[in-house]
Design a binder for this molecule. Structure first.
Ligand code: ZN
Ligand code: ZN
Length: 268
């Protein structure tokens, strides 16, 4: 029996003696199955060919990604906080080096995930650190492929994790969330957005889509609502889902002007 991992999106599934017939996350209209068809792997095999690479993004902010490229190539973040370490978003691989490194940093206090594309191997990450609570929005319940007792689906609009706040924005998924950490960036605040907002290639804007690979936009009222939802929180930096996608300054203003530009583009 194995917990199979979808090679296309990186999601790990409940135990089975053969791979699931399909991956619901890849079959959804927000993702895709490659032309070559669906393929599967498992943690032990992935660990032989791939590793988790760490990058120091800023004081107290470490990004983690799988190398070479795997799944959709996202990064996760190990965030050091006054109430312990938070893993924001997740990867398909848990490697021994990362386990040792995080243990040496005091272990993990919480796992918080923006949306189903980054559920990855969240159960394994939790179990590696003693059943760390995993915070995912309950509105995305149907997309969870491997349930464990440490899973803590949350409801409503915000969730406090120590001094950090998980904020539901919706849009990309009903439960799509961001994480606000007011102590980071010298107390000016940092926002971790997954692809609830996607930091654009020029790192001057964020964008908002139902589907990024299939190019399905969101409507004006949802984009305005996302911008308004994060307005009460102060943040200087914005940390996006993919390597290098970081906005270094003026985060609040960037979100405001990005929403204005987007709404103007789709309403004419
Ligand atoms: Zn998949
Ligand atoms: Zn996504």
């Amino acid at each position: 029996m194995t917990h199979f991992i979808c090679i296309t999106c990186g999601t790990q599934f409940r135990e089975g003696d053969r791979p699931p017939p399909t991956c619901p996350i890849c079959d959804d209209d927000r993702q895709f199955v490659p032309r070559s068809g669906q393929e599967w792997t498992e943690m032990a095999i992935l660990g032989q060919t791939h590793a988790v690479v760490w990058n120091e993004e800023a004081e107290g902010i470490h990004s983690l990604q799988i190398s070479p490229h795997f799944g959709i190539g996202q990064r996760a973040f190990l965030i050091e906080g006054p109430d312990g370490n938070i893993l924001w978003d997740c990867l398909s691989l848990v490697d021994e080096a990362s386990k040792a490194r995080i243990a040496a940093m005091g272990g993990l206090n919480a796992i918080a995930i923006s949306h189903p594309h980054f559920y990855a191997s969240m159960a394994e990450w939790s179990m590696a650190f003693g059943e760390v609570p995993i915070h995912v929005h309950a509105d995305d319940d149907q997309w969870v492929q491997r349930t464990i007792a440490a899973l803590r689906p949350w409801t409503g609009e915000t969730l406090q994790i120590g001094r950090a706040t998980m904020i539901r924005c919706g849009g990309h998924f009903d439960g799509s969330s961001v994480l606000h950490c007011p102590w980071l960036d010298g107390g000016r605040g940092a926002l971790f957005v997954g692809d609830t907002m996607q930091v654009t290639m020029d790192r001057k804007f964020v964008s908002f889509m139902r589907s990024y690979p299939n190019l399905v936009p969101l409507n004006a009222s949802i984009v305005k609502a996302i911008s308004e939802t994060v307005r009460p929180y102060r943040f200087q930096t914005i940390h996006g889902a993919f390597p290098g996608r970081t906005i270094e300054r003026d985060g609040n203003r960037v979100v405001e002007r990005s929403a204005e530009r987007y709404v103007k583009a789709i309403t004419g």
